[in-house]
Design a protein around this ligand. Structure first.
Ligand code: ATP
Ligand code: MG
Length: 437
């Protein structure tokens, strides 16, 4: 892609409510544009990054055997009346009437709808267990939308639902998701810590929030430093290993303020290992048994021919929130560096074309075409600007690798730089090898 053709409206003007760095960076680098309070349009750069995050989330869901589907954004109020949440959800739910006067709503979550689908199609224990998910827009009329895409009203979420015959097997489903979440966040270069959480209005007794540490996070957290040292690699994808994994994580103190008890914290964690800080919730998993299957009458025949209510769990990841959360974690000293797995481009080529230097532009185009042939997704900065303006702009765009075509690049050698490190002079083939890794 040529930068001069890319729709990326970089701006210096920031609204006064853009207080945290991710919100500022996303507006300045033209990733998003607010359309009304807590509702955003995703412009090409932001959208491309979010889609890459979505794809990683999807692959890790598929890896544990979850099946993708798609439920609508608009739901009927009927099933929410059956579960009792039509009233309980309160003002956060956006309620709509259609032309026939039927009560509808824009889904804030999908427990009711998926339970309704399940009860009408599954009758026997033989069809269990099942893990289903979709990645879809949600709407919650948050009291105070803020921090850009981190707490907005319309947001993109992966929500999965598990269906099991009994509590024992439901815990296996829960553990699989626990594993998928750790893998997902690892691929996003994030250290997300599972923390024992309150189950809130969804209810139930087994729940973890996945939290990344960040100064601007809204969750207060208390944790044992040692939880960061657990090596995921030693766990395999088998029932017993997954249970060991969850137990090992649970053996270290790590809670949000709702569950914090100072006496326990001091008893279980030595002063030197205590972490007291803030974090951003990027995912949340719940086991809630028959909280929805019971009122919605989602029953199946057990082996013994008895009618039993299905045991369920639900599992959310804030896909759009993750874009902001990753910036909070990676934007340091006014320089952004996207993790390679989700960078909008693999590399940016930056030729010095001030003073009409056609030779550098030609060279850059040759490199660009060469990389394209090798399926390297490169961005060519063909904008007529001086180098210092270019570098400032790329501090915002955050592409992790740069090929700088200026005085240091001569013959078949080029200046190659990984953001945050010293540049090197390399042959194009050597650069390709590095990029392919
Ligand atoms: P929070 O405590 O932040 O309001 P929640 O407990 O209401 O979150 P869940 O219902 O568990 O959130 O939703 C799953 C995930 O969706 C959250 O972990 C978060 O990443 C994301 N999410 C929730 N609310 C919002 C929002 N208003 N804007 C963006 N993402 C959100
Ligand atoms: Mg909430």
């Amino acid at each position: 892609m040529l930068l001069s053709r890319l729709f990326v409206p970089i701006t210096k003007d920031l609204p006064s409510d853009a207080k945290i760095k991710s919100h500022q960076l996303m507006l300045r680098s033209g990733m998003i544009r607010q359309s009304s309070a807590g509702i955003y349009s995703w412009l090409p750069l932001g959208f491309k990054i979010m889609k890459k995050i979505e794809q990683i989330v999807r692959e890790e869901q598929n890896n544990i055997g979850a099946q993708e589907m798609l439920m609508p954004t608009i739901q009927s109020a009927e099933i929410w009346k059956e579960s009792g949440r039509y009233k309980d959800y309160g003002d956060e739910m956006l309620r709509i009437k259609d032309r026939q006067g039927r009560e509808m709503l824009y889904g804030p979550t999908n427990e009711e709808l998926i339970t309704e689908i399940f009860r009408s199609s599954v009758k026997s224990y033989k069809s269990l267990p099942q893990l289903l998910y979709h990645i879809q827009w949600k709407f919650r009329d948050e009291m105070r939308p803020r921090f850009g895409v981190m707490r907005c009203r319309e947001f993109f979420m992966k929500d999965a639902y598990s269906f099991d015959l009994d509590e024992y097997s439901a815990k296996t489903s829960y553990n699989k998701m626990f594993f998928a979440y750790l893998k997902t966040f690892e691929r996003l270069s994030l250290k997300a810590i599972p923390m024992a959480a309150d189950t809130g209005p969804i209810g139930g007794d087994l729940s973890h929030e996945f939290i990344i540490l960040a100064d601007t996070g809204e969750s207060k957290i208390y944790a044992d430093k040692k939880i960061f040292e657990i090596n995921l690699k030693k766990f395999e994808f088998s029932k017993s290993s997954l249970e060991d994994m969850r137990k090992e994580f649970s053996s270290f103190y790590a809670v949000t303020d709702e569950k914090f008890v100072k006496k326990d914290f001091d008893k279980k964690v030595s002063k030197a290992n205590q972490i007291i800080t803030t974090g951003i919730e990027v995912g949340h998993i719940f086991y809630f048994g028959d909280k929805y299957s019971k009122p919605l009458n989602c029953m199946i025949d057990s082996k013994e021919g008895k009618k039993t209510s299905i045991k369920m769990g639900s599992y959310g990841i804030g896909v759009s929130r993750l874009v902001g959360a990753i910036i909070e974690a990676k934007y340091l000293n006014n320089v952004m560096k996207w993790p390679k797995s989700i960078s909008p481009y693999d590399v940016v080529i930056i030729p010095n074309i001030s003073k009409n230097n056609i030779e550098n532009l030609n060279k850059a185009e040759k490199v660009y075409n060469d990389l394209k042939k090798q399926n390297v997704d490169a961005l060519l900065d063909d904008v007529d600007e001086n180098m210092s303006a270019k570098f400032k702009k790329h501090d915002l765009l955050g592409i992790p690798y740069q090929i700088i075509i200026g005085s240091k690049s001569s013959g078949d050698k080029f200046e190659f730089k990984e953001v945050g490190e010293e540049s090197q002079i390399l042959k194009l083939n050597e650069i390709k090898d590095k990029l392919k890794k």
